[in-house]
Design a protein around this ligand. Structure first.
Ligand SMILES: *Cc1c(COP(=O)(O)O)cnc(C)c1O
Length: 579
C-alpha cells in the first residue's frame, strides 16, 4: 500500500457528510460544506488531520423541479473511480450479528503549500456482504431510522477500525462533527479495554473523553438523532449496548447525549447557538466557536484578482482581508459586476428569464427546511409590488432542495413558484433547480444582497451569508446565528427586526412582524441606497469584506479549535502524542 500522507495525525475528523469536490455528491448542505471547508483549511495550514466519512454512491439526490415547482428526486450518478483512489485495507463491523466488511477510498486534498490531508470514504458495496448491507453506503440521509443507525455504526465504529487497518495507531484527538459520529466512542472503548470480557469502567470512559471533541450543529431538539433502545440493542448487540449504558444511555440511544458524555470539549457553532445549546444541555459546559468558510473556495474569480492585487496573502491568511478597507470603490464595483454578470448570464442561459444586470438582485438559497422561511418575502405580495414601483425594481433568485421526506419544505418550493406567477410583470422571480456547491459559488457572489429569514433561534450559524460577505455582498437578515455577530447596521448590511423579544410585542405573529420589518428595510434602506447612493452601497460592500470576510473564515475557526478544543500546545509537549 502506498504511504499515508499524514503519518501521525493530531486530529481525526469524523463527519456524516463532506463536500470536497463539486463533482462528488457526498454532502447535503451546510454541515457537509463546513466539513469540506474545514479539511481544505487544515491542508492549507499543514495541520496533520485525517477525515472519515461514508461514500454514498447515490449521493443525497439530484433535484428536478417541474413547471409548478413540484420536486422529484433521482439518485446522483457519478463515477467513484474518477475522484477516489481504492485502498486495499479492509475493516469489519457487526450489524445485528452479521459481519459487514468495509473498504475505504481515499481522496487527497492538497493545500495552498502542497501539504496533503487524506479523506477516507467508507464503502460496504463488496461482494462478500449481503445485498442489503451493500446498500448501506448508498444514500446520504435516505432510508429510515434503522438504516440511519446502521450508517452511524459504520461511520463511528467502522471508522475507528478502518483508521487502524490503514496503519494509524496514535491519533491525538477525535473530532465528532455533529452527533452522527458518536459511536466512535465504542470503537475507542474497545481499545481501552485490555484483555478479556470485563465491563467498561469509568476510567476507560475518562480516557476516551480525554481525546474527543464534539461540535453540535442544531438548536432544535428534534434535530438530534435518537434511536429506541430495542433497536439500538438489536443493531449493536448486547455487549456494546451494555457499554453505552455505562455512558449514560438507558431508555434511548441519544447520539447527542452520548457525544456530550464522552467529550472533553463541546461547542456550538456561533455565540448564540452556544448559549442555546448550554440551556439544552445544562449538565455540560458548552463553548462557542463560530463557523467560517474557506476563502479561496468561495471568492469569485473577479474578486480573486482584486484581492491578489491588493491583499496578496489573502488565501494563506484571510485575516488580511481586513486591509480591504483601503481598496478603491471603483475597483470593488468592477469586481462585483464581473461576478454579477456571470450569474445573470448563467440564469438567462439556463432559464430564459431575461434578468437585467442593472436591477437590484436579491438572492436566497439554502435547504428548503421550514424554519428557513423560504416564502417570508412573499407574505404580502401587494406590498412587494408597491415597493418595486416606488423604491426601484428588483429581481429575486431562489434555490434550495427539500429533504425527500419533508412535505412542508416541498410545499414551500411550490409556493415560491406560485408567487412567481402572481408577481409576473412586477417582480421577476427565478427558482434554480439542484442547489449545490457549484451553484452556491456563482449565486452567493453574484447577487447584490443576500437574504436570510430563519425563525430564531433555529439557525445555529448559517454559512451562505459568509460566502456572500467574502465577495462584498451584504446580508439583509434576521438576527440569528452568525449574523448577530456579523451585523453592524448600515455598515455590513441590514437587520430584519431587532431582537426577537421586540418583534413579539404586543403578542403576535413573528412571520407578520418580520415580513413588515423586511419590507420597511427594503423600501427605506436597501433599494434607495442601491439606486441613489451607490457610493454608500459600495462602502457597505467594502466593510462587508473587511469586517466579516476577515473573520468569518475557516482559518480563524480552525485556529480557535486548535487553541481551545484540540489544545495543540499540550500535544506539542507530548501529553497527547508521545513521539
Ligand atoms: C453553504 C451551503 C449551504 C449552507 O447554507 P446556509 O445559509 O448555512 O443554510 C447549503 N447548501 C450548499 C450547497 C451550500 O454551498
Amino acid at each position: 500500500m502506498s504511504t499515508t500522507p499524514v503519518e501521525k495525525p493530531l486530529v481525526a475528523y469524523f463527519s456524516m457528510e463532506i463536500g470536497l469536490d463539486p463533482g462528488m455528491p457526498t454532502y447535503a448542505g451546510g454541515l457537509g460544506v463546513l466539513a469540506g471547508d474545514t479539511v481544505r483549511t487544515a491542508a492549507d495550514i499543514r495541520l496533520p488531520l485525517v477525515a472519515v466519512t461514508l461514500l454514498y454512491r447515490g449521493g443525497h439526490f439530484f433535484q428536478r423541479l417541474d413547471a409548478r415547482g413540484a420536486q422529484s428526486e433521482e439518485p446522483v450518478k457519478w463515477i467513484v473511480e474518477d475522484f477516489l483512489e481504492p485502498l486495499e485495507a479492509r475493516a469489519e463491523v457487526e450489524i445485528e450479528g452479521r459481519r459487514v466488511r468495509i473498504r475505504a477510498w481515499r481522496y487527497r486534498l492538497t493545500g495552498e503549500s502542497g501539504f496533503q490531508v487524506p479523506v477516507y470514504f467508507l464503502d460496504t458495496d463488496l461482494g462478500e456482504n449481503s445485498e442489503w448491507d451493500r446498500t448501506l453506503t448508498g444514500t446520504l440521509y435516505g432510508g429510515d431510522l434503522h438504516y440511519r443507525l446502521c450508517q452511524e455504526l459504520l461511520l463511528g465504529i467502522g471508522g475507528v477500525r478502518m483508521l487502524r487497518a490503514l496503519g494509524y495507531r496514535k491519533i491525538g484527538r477525535y473530532h465528532l462533527n455533529e452527533g452522527h459520529a458518536a459511536l466512535l466512542v465504542v470503537g475507542l472503548l474497545e481499545e481501552e479495554r485490555t484483555a478479556g470480557d470485563g465491563p467498561v469502567t469509568a476510567e476507560m470512559v475518562d480516557a476516551v473523553r480525554h481525546r474527543c471533541i464534539f461540535t453540535t450543529h442544531t438548536p432544535v431538539p428534534a434535530g438530534h438523532d435518537q434511536f429506541p433502545s430495542d433497536m439500538a440493542r438489536k443493531v449493536l448487540g448486547e455487549r456494546y449496548w451494555s457499554w453505552l449504558r455505562t455512558c449514560g444511555q438507558e431508555t434511548l440511544l441519544n447520539m447527542t447525549a452520548l457525544a456530550l458524555h464522552c467529550s472533553r470539549y463541546v461547542n456550538g457553532v456561533a455565540m448564540k447557538h452556544g448559549e442555546v445549546s448550554q440551556s439544552l444541555f445544562p449538565g455540560y459546559p458548552v463553548h462557542s466557536i463560530t463557523n467560517g468558510v474557506h476563502a479561496a473556495t468561495w471568492v469569485a474569480p473577479s474578486f480573486q484578482r482584486l484581492f491578489d492585487r491588493h491583499v496578496p496573502d489573502w488565501r494563506r491568511d484571510p485575516l488580511t482581508l481586513r486591509y480591504a478597507v483601503g481598496i478603491a470603490g471603483a475597483e470593488i464595483w468592477a469586481a462585483h459586476l464581473g461576478a454579477k454578470r456571470r450569474l445573470i448570464e448563467f440564469i438567462n442561459h439556463e432559464c430564459n428569464s431575461g434578468l437585467d444586470v442593472n436591477l437590484l438582485t436579491i438572492g436566497f438559497a439554502r435547504r428548503a427546511a421550514t424554519y428557513k422561511r423560504l416564502t417570508l418575502l412573499f407574505h404580502d405580495p401587494e406590498r412587494l409590488k408597491a415597493i418595486a414601483q416606488r423604491a426601484g425594481r428588483f429581481q429575486l433568485v431562489f434555490a434550495g432542495k427539500a429533504h425527500p421526506h419533508d412535505e412542508g419544505g416541498k410545499e414551500l418550493i411550490r409556493q415560491v413558484h406560485r408567487f412567481r406567477e402572481a408577481l409576473a410583470g412586477h417582480v421577476p422571480v427565478v427558482y434554480l433547480a439542484n442547489y449545490d456547491m457549484v451553484l452556491a459559488r456563482i449565486l452567493c457572489a453574484g447577487v447584490d444582497v443576500w437574504l436570510n429569514t430563519p425563525l430564531p433561534p433555529h439557525e445555529a450559524s448559517g454559512t451562505s451569508g459568509m460566502k456572500a460577505a467574502m465577495n462584498g455582498v451584504p446580508s439583509l437578515s434576521v438576527l440569528d446565528g452568525w449574523w448577530i455577530e456579523g451585523h453592524v447596521e448600515g455598515v455590513t448590511g441590514w437587520s430584519i427586526g431587532d431582537r426577537v423579544e421586540a418583534c413579539l410585542e404586543p403578542k403576535g405573529d413573528m412571520d407578520a412582524c418580520h415580513a413588515a420589518a423586511l419590507y420597511d428595510k427594503l423600501e427605506q434602506q436597501v433599494a434607495p441606497c442601491f439606486y441613489h447612493d451607490r457610493d454608500r452601497f459600495i462602502g457597505i460592500m467594502r466593510h462587508t469584506i473587511a469586517i466579516n470576510g476577515s473573520f468569518f473564515n475557516t482559518h480563524r475557526m480552525i485556529a480557535q479549535y486548535m487553541n481551545d478544543a484540540y489544545s495543540v500546545i499540550d500535544s506539542y509537549f507530548g501529553k497527547v502524542m508521545p513521539s
